[in-house]
Write a protein of this length. Sequence first.
Length: 90
Amino acid sequence: MRLTIAAALAVAFAAISPALADGYKDCTKLDKASWKPAAEAEAKAKDAGYEVRRSKVEGTCYEVYGVKGDKLYELFYSPEDLSLKHTIAK
């Protein structure tokens, strides 16, 4: 009985886990050696009026965390051409 409940919970969690992820992860197919520097993505966010808090690589995107108008945003830039691919307001 315990095994059945555990298996059901595992299946349920696996089904909803993609919905829990809010990141955007597919920005380019280029090899990392060809990517522009992450600092340039941060500079683009600053030029757009965001106060940049930090950045990281998320999948094949640069994810920049910034504040604008007292609201936190996640900005996803393509490391290929630094185009903004997705924005999430928190």
